[in-house]
Design a protein around this ligand. Structure first.
Ligand SMILES: [Fe+2]
Length: 488
């Protein structure tokens, strides 16, 4: 078999058919190894054209104070509609289209949670049922049985993981629980397994030992589903987070520079019709010890008023969508409800207030917006990741189809009868913030954005030797299905 045939076979294995030019391109880039990279990065494209596989790294640019021409364009692999290229439109195109915004899931519900054991049981049952439905659709989980019905021999079952611990021989031991019972599992593969995840296992069950020797772990994961998602209208979504208005480390000048650009309706902002803010809208009060020493605005209402003033003269064709974060006025435990009426009424114009997390669609693109509280846990629990690899942690969320897989580590969670943190709908775009870094990645066709902040390094961060990466805006053009990144 020559290399071309080998590459084609590998593509077919992943149900991909490609244009001949694409096959040549893949061979140039390392052949089969590169196919695997493509599958990992872009997912099943079905039929790949040359355009699909061209390097799609984001365009990084910097704007001047007036939002005028670019000072510098870095890491550009392909500039299309980016800085330096004059728009063919004489007025903002975003104003020419109608809104197409639909809320799919909002957790601002009036559900009762007393915090007793029964509430926690209901929450975990709900998590289990939702994820079990996803896992058992997988071919390798055919014939899965509940734990109480396992029989000696080859078995498949689904459960919630707890009490993971490494054995002295380097294997992993854990308990798996479903509503019918529990079973011990011994696993020697390389898959990461964290407590409270819902997973499927395949392996050999021994009733006398009360143990499954696990051969395969099946995570719910997201399917390879990326397929020409581009929309007709030339519309973009600007994605930011962690504004922290009220803090004396709020980057006022850079924030105002960004707003001037957004309002100008030119130099790339003419397509921006939606602005998403992933929480920590204001710095809040009493969030951490001695916070008052680092506040410029000491009243939380005045902090929101300041934000409302900033946003009130945005062009009337821009819709702002905001969710709360751990610095906002609502309860800290997740899911957090949308901002209350007394705050909402401070805002004029087109603003949608949703819960953290929230799922919605913009012109058919499905967004999951989550502040990102669990990133603080995942950074410690997933081997080999760091705060500058938030996209890897977001990949993990998609693999386990849960925004905060490990219960009660760093993220307080309200034991509602429904688990709103399950990623039931596969998003086109997953957005987080919270950790004040910036990351962009693609996992199986899903855009991953860990949105940047507008707060410079705080004393606390300095002490922790943590360097934020502020002032970056991710701009997703839905017409091109392409991410641009601008720094202000
Ligand atoms: Fe924050």
């Amino acid at each position: 078999m020559n290399e071309r045939e080998a590459v084609i076979n590998e593509l077919l294995k992943h149900e991909i058919i490609a244009e001949p030019e694409v096959v040549s391109y893949i061979i140039e880039r390392g052949g089969i190894k590169y196919v695997r990279e493509i599958v990992e990065k872009y997912g099943h494209l079905g039929y790949i054209t040359y355009e699909d596989i061209l390097p799609r790294a984001p365009v990084v640019s910097e704007t001047t104070a007036s939002g005028g021409s670019a000072l510098q364009v870095t890491a550009v692999q392909e500039i299309r509609g980016g800085e330096g290229e004059k728009s063919s439109f004489s007025k903002p195109v975003a104003g020419e289209y109608d809104w197409d915004f639909q809320v799919i899931l909002d957790a601002s519900v009036n559900m009762k949670a007393s915090g007793d054991a029964d509430d926690f049981r209901k929450l975990f049952e709900d998590r289990y049922m939702r994820l079990r439905n996803i896992i058992t659709r997988r071919v390798s989980m055919r014939g899965a049985r509940s734990i109480a019905n396992l029989k000696d021999g080859e078995v498949a079952t689904v459960g919630i993981v707890y009490e993971t611990r490494p054995t002295s021989t380097g294997k992993l031991m854990f308990e798996l629980e479903d509503p019918t019972g529990t079973v011990r599992c011994l696993y020697s593969g390389s898959e990461i397994v964290l407590n409270d995840e819902v997973i499927g296992v395949r392996g050999r069950y021994s009733r006398s030992k009360g143990l499954i020797f696990v051969k395969e772990i099946v995570k719910p994961d997201v399917p390879y589903s990326r397929k020409n998602r581009r929309i007709e209208e030339n519309i973009s979504v600007a994605i930011i987070s962690d504004v922290h208005i009220g803090s004396n480390t709020f980057l006022k000048e850079r924030w105002e520079k960004f707003l001037r650009w957004l309002k100008s309706g030119k130099d790339g902002s003419e397509t921006v019709k939606y602005l998403l803010i992933a929480g920590d809208l204001v710095d809040g009060i009493g969030v951490y010890p001695n916070q008052e020493e680092e506040l410029e605005i000491h009243d939380i209402f005045q902090q929101y008023e300041a934000l409302a003033r900033y946003l009130e003269d945005l062009p009337d064709y821009i819709m702002t969508v905001m969710i709360p974060g751990n610095h906002d006025i609502v309860r800290n435990a997740e899911p957090q409800p949308a901002l209350p009426g007394e705050i909402r009424k401070l805002f004029n114009g087109k603003v949608e207030f949703l819960s953290n997390p929230a799922v919605f669609s913009i012109h058919g693109y499905k967004f999951t917006l989550y502040h990102g509280g669990s990133l603080n846990s995942l950074v410690e629990l997933i081997p080999g990741v760091d705060y500058d690899m938030t996209d890897k942690m977001m990949e993990y969320m998609l693999k386990v189809r849960h925004l905060a897989p490990v219960y009660g580590d760093k993220v307080p969670i309200v034991p509602l009868p429904r688990d709103f943190l399950v990623i039931e709908d596969v998003p086109d775009v997953l957005v987080t913030g919270h950790v004040h870094t910036f990351a962009y990645g693609i996992y199986k066709g899903v855009h991953l954005v860990n949105a940047s902040t507008w707060q410079e390094q705080t004393k606390y961060q300095k002490m922790m030797n943590f360097n934020p990466d502020p002032g970056k805006v991710a701009i997703l053009n839905l017409h091109e299905d392409r991410m641009y990144i601008r720094e202000f």
